[in-house]
Design a binder for this molecule. Structure first.
Ligand code: HEM
Length: 143
């Protein structure tokens, strides 16, 4: 089976620095995410570099398989050693550079995009290349 190794790791691609504290952004707590993932058997929220995404559309299409996708929010994944530390560009589960690049481009679009009726930044879809699937960027995680 193919393994995505840390050879693809490109820390400069990380999106964490793009975001500031005073954005009009939807905020989620870890329990919001855990509760959502428990309550909706077909819905799945994940955290990528501190941004909360609806990854339901990836459930049946993640090229690395369902098991790995479902581990996304666990502390064994990612680089922080804590829950919700997943990144496309840091850590042993790093993905191909094109995936991180698309992600960063969409996070920038999200952060500079329109606001919805609630005054918060509107959700934005991020479609990955090929059969890579898609996620919807919703907001930010507050630990
Ligand atoms: C929301 C979280 C995730 C998203 C949106 C996502 C997305 C993707 C995408 C678009 C690809 C295809 C392109 C590429 O390899 O870069 C991919 C492949 C892959 N992903 Fe993920 N991924 C997520 C989480 C994870 C996690 C947590 C792991 C491992 C623990 C993982 C392991 C893999 C592997 C092994 C492949 C390669 C499959 C192959 O070579 O055929 N992914 N993922």
């Amino acid at each position: 089976m193919a393994v995505v190794s840390s050879d693809h790791s490109t820390p400069g691609m990380s999106c964490e620095a793009l975001s500031s504290a005073d954005e009009p952004i939807r905020i989620f707590t870890p329990s919001d995410i855990e509760e959502y993932n428990t309550a909706y058997s077909e819905g799945f929220y994940a955290v990528i570099e501190g941004f909360v995404v609806d990854a339901t559309a990836m459930v049946n299409s993640h090229p690395g398989g369902l098991k790995k996708l479902m581990q996304t929010n666990l502390k064994v994944i990612g680089y922080t050693g804590k829950d919700f530390g997943f990144s496309f560009s840091k850590g042993r589960n790093a993905h191909f550079p094109g995936t991180g690049k698309r992600w960063k481009q969409k996070v920038k679009e999200f952060l500079t995009g329109e606001k919805g009726e609630d005054g918060k930044l509107k959700s934005l879809q991020c479609v990955f290349d090929g059969e890579g699937g898609s996620v919807i960027i919703l907001g930010k995680l507050q630990l």
